[in-house]
Ligand binder design. Structure first.
Ligand SMILES: [Fe+2]
Length: 202
């Protein structure tokens, strides 16, 4: 089995002015594609090649040492970006509603407090990485960041919202101003998609 690059569920320029078209083209067509290609090369012909990626990441420590790093970095990168495209969209932003809103309110003490905690996780991640909202075993929510392309799936958590804070995600438009990128990004969060992932994860 080999994995493939999912099309963006919207046009490359659909997230303007918050995320520019050129960044989206490079990010999807080049960066995401590079993770995919290296991941496929690494698992080709291996005995675990047919295992779902979430399962491989969940048992990363048991994989043969020769492929562990590639699966972690490139399999993680492939999975993280698949989620990233899905949880953004044009005409999005605002706040979640329904059960997801209830869970965020009861966990973090309100949407604004959640947003602050998440933005802080994104802003303080040193170097490259991701900020996450995850569903933990048992169904509770948590916010944290990971380094590089490490996936929450490696810790047994289910990511339902992720923000890429690698420079490739924002440097063309925002240069070194990561906080500006993070605050603009809230305008493209597709809360319906996040709520769907939340419902599936419970
Ligand atoms: Fe990225």
């Amino acid at each position: 089995m080999s994995y493939s690059l999912p099309d963006l569920p919207y046009a490359y320029n659909a997230l303007e002015p918050y995320i520019d078209e050129q960044t989206m083209r490079l990010h999807h067509d080049k960066h995401h594609n590079a993770y995919l290609t290296k991941f496929n090369e690494a698992i080709a012909g291996k005995e675990f090649e047919r295992a779902p990626l979430a399962e491989l990441l969940g048992k990363i420590d048991t994989l043969p040492e020769a492929v562990r790093g590639v699966v972690r970095n490139h399999g993680g990168g492939y999975a993280n970006h698949c989620l990233f495209w899905e949880i953004m969209g044009p005409g999005a932003g605002g706040e979640p509603s329904g059960k997801l809103a209830d869970a965020i309110n009861s966990t973090f003490g309100g949407f604004a407090a959640f947003q602050e905690q998440f933005s802080n996780a994104a802003g303080t991640r040193f170097g490259s990485g991701w900020a996450w909202l995850v569903v933990k075993n048992g169904g509770s929510l948590a916010v944290y960041s990971t380094a590089n392309q490490d996936s929450p799936l490696m810790s047994g958590d289910t990511p339902i919202l992720g923000l890429d804070v690698w420079e490739h995600a924002y440097y063309l438009k925002y240069q070194n101003r990561r906080p500006e990128y993070v605050s603009a990004w809230w305008n493209v969060v597709n809360w319906d998609a996040v709520a769907e992932k939340f419902a599936q994860a419970k």
